[in-house]
Design a protein around this ligand. Structure first.
Ligand code: ATP
Ligand code: MG
Length: 571
């Protein structure tokens, strides 16, 4: 490909609304352009990368027997009413009407369409298991679209749905998909974790999310060093032995603590560690109030807490006003020893003795406080895991990392087949609901996640499987030097014949500008052809990844490419 025939338009400035690197770089490198909030066009350069992700995903899906189909992006409301999600889904579902006032929605996910399709096509257990996938544009009216295509409203997803006669068959396919997803992220050369995920309100028996590790990630994941355990923060089971509290308990004292508010200030005031202080927080679901205690160095995990309290609505911290009304003191002095509402204590907080806590009295704390078990409604795991917690599988300790969710696999069970009556005849003639699994990958989000993981101050550093071109051939002063022109064309031709994806910079751009563009776009190899190099019978190759310059025999480009592609040049 020659730059004169391939549209590349880089920008000097980052967009104003860009908060994260991938968003900035995707705009600056000219991969995407914004049309409206969370809605983007993919320019030819960006599309080349998107297609690479798509093809790796497609190949892997096909290699484990999934079959590609394509469903509509616009879905009639009737199907969503059948599954009851027309009411349940909320404003992320964009609802529209046609000229006859019939209601439709823009598909955010396709369980309904596939279930209705399969219930009409498949009638016998003999046709199962079957796994269909599509690579298609989804629309979700996200409350806060941000980070460019990372959290867009319109985005490209691979979604797959499998149908089974029984749970064992689903389990087998789920495992296959787990392996396929791991293969996909390995083939994309991305550092990832497969983590145990929450099954939310669908219930079901299993779910894993796949996360690309990156500091800008919105999710926290806990994993141990040897890779035997990884989970979403809310899924880390920190159940642990409660200690028998028969160590010497001191009598508690009420101590005046004027202007001491934060847990750090409290620990300093009492000359103790924050681990020996108890944080007491008042939480509400809008109806009831709950007093929650965690150790001073721990934080509440609201997903765990919500599960424990079995409440429907989201939990949030009670307002200053409510705290004053219920606890009789300001937030900084709240404590658990005088019971004002139901009391929930984290395991590790319960294991503290002779601790410091608020006294429910403005400007006072209790020293040497000890639990009165009778007052506690429940002692449970309600905190976030932190670095150094023992791994729940007994192997090593946990480290908390940030991740970007790029994939999600889920055992759906019979939720949709029951509500939408997707039944087949079983071997004994009975009619049974098909057991389902679903498997999603954010194709467009992967492009952004790959950039978050692979960039420097100059721009993108594509992992090789995603690079739009493996190399750029840059002739210096080609117009005035026929020999440069001849060699550059020759090298370009050679590379093309080797099936190497190469971009030939045939326009007369200043080398400095061109080099910084190529760095920004992230082309792995830059091959410079100049008169001096030709006299030396060399070409000059710059490696984007480690900034190394290598001089190589001008007639031996093939051996260089082979060495580079095999990873020999990495060090
Ligand atoms: P998130 O928690 O990030 O909103 P989700 O749980 O809603 O994701 P799924 O419904 O499991 O996502 O969708 C499958 C995949 O689609 C996700 O793993 C993610 O990679 C991608 N995805 C979801 N929402 C978006 C979005 N708004 N923009 C881009 N990709 C998305
Ligand atoms: Mg979402």
């Amino acid at each position: 490909m020659k730059t004169s025939r391939f549209f590349i338009n880089t920008l000097r400035e980052s967009p104003n609304d860009a908060e994260i690197v991938s968003h900035k770089l995707m705009i600056k490198a000219g991969l995407v352009r914004k049309n409206a909030s969370g809605i983007y066009s993919w320019l030819p350069l960006g599309l080349k990368i998107l297609r690479k992700v798509e093809n790796i995903v497609r190949k892997e899906m096909e290699s484990c027997g999934a079959q590609e189909l394509l469903m509509p992006g616009i879905i009639p409301s009737e199907l969503w009413i059948e599954s009851k999600r027309w009411e349940e889904y909320g404003p992320e579902l964009l609802r529209i009407k046609d000229r006859h006032s019939r209601a439709f929605c823009l598909g955010p996910t396709h369980e309904e369409v596939i279930t209705s399709l399969v219930r009409n096509e498949v009638t016998s257990y003999k046709q199962l298991p079957i796994n269909f996938f599509q690579i298609q544009t989804k629309f979700r009216d996200e409350i806060r679209p941000r980070f460019g295509i990372m959290r867009a409203r319109e985005f490209l997803m691979k979604d797959a749905y499998s149908f089974h006669a029984n749970q064992e068959s689903l389990d087998a396919t789920y495992l296959e998909m787990f392996k396929a997803y791991s293969n996909i992220f390995e083939k994309l050369h991305l550092e990832f974790r497969a983590v145990i995920a929450d099954t939310g309100n669908i219930g079901g028996t299993g779910s894993h999310e796949f996360h690309v590790l990156a500091d800008s990630g919105e999710d926290f994941i806990a994993s141990n060093d040897n890779g035997s355990y990884a989970a979403n923060l809310e899924m880390v089971n920190l159940d642990q032995k409660l200690r028998e509290i028969n160590e010497s308990k001191e009598p508690h004292q009420l101590i005046e603590t004027p202007n001491i508010k934060s847990i750090k200030e409290v620990a300093e005031f009492f000359n103790t560690t924050i681990q020996n202080c108890i944080k007491t927080l008042l939480v509400t679901d809008g109806k009831n109030f709950y007093c929650i205690c965690v150790r001073g160095d721990h934080e509440i995990n609201f997903v765990k807490l919500k599960r424990l309290l079995a409440v429907e609505k989201e939990l949030k911290m009670a307002s200053e006003k409510d705290v004053l009304k219920i606890m009789g003191c300001p937030i900084g002095s709240v404590g658990p020893m005088t019971k004002k509402c139901s009391l929930y204590v984290d395991n590790d907080a319960f294991n503290c003795i002779n601790f410091i806590c608020g006294a429910n009295q403005d400007g006072f704390h209790l020293q040497n406080a000890n639990w009165n078990k009778k007052q506690i409604d429940k002692i449970a795991d309600i905190r976030n895991a932190i670095d150094g917690d023992p791994s729940p599988d007994g192997s090593g300790v946990l480290k908390i990392k940030k991740g970007i969710e790029v994939g999600h696999i889920f055992k759906l069970g019979v939720k949709y087949s029951n509500s939408m009556k997707a039944f087949v005849t079983d071997s004994d003639g009975s009619s049974i609901p098909m057991v389902m699994g679903c498997y999603g990958i954010g194709i467009s989000r992967i492009v952004a996640a790959a950039i978050e993981q692979n960039h420097d101050e100059k721009g993108i550093i594509w992992p090789l499987p995603l690079a739009p071109f493996l190399c750029a051939v840059v002739p210096i002063k080609r117009k005035s030097s026929p020999i440069v022109d001849k060699y550059a064309e020759k090298i370009y031709k050679q590379l093309t014949e080797m099936n190497v994806e190469v971009i030939f910079c045939d326009q007369n751009k200043r080398p400095g500008v061109l080099f910084s563009d190529l760095d920004l776009i992230g082309i792995p190899l830059r091959i410079v052809v100049s008169e001096k190099n030709i006299t030396d019978e060399k070409i000059e190759i710059k490696l984007r990844k480690n900034n190394k310059t290598i001089f190589w025999g001008i007639n031996d480009i093939q051996s260089f490419i082979e060495k580079f592609q095999s990873g020999e040049m990495d060090s």
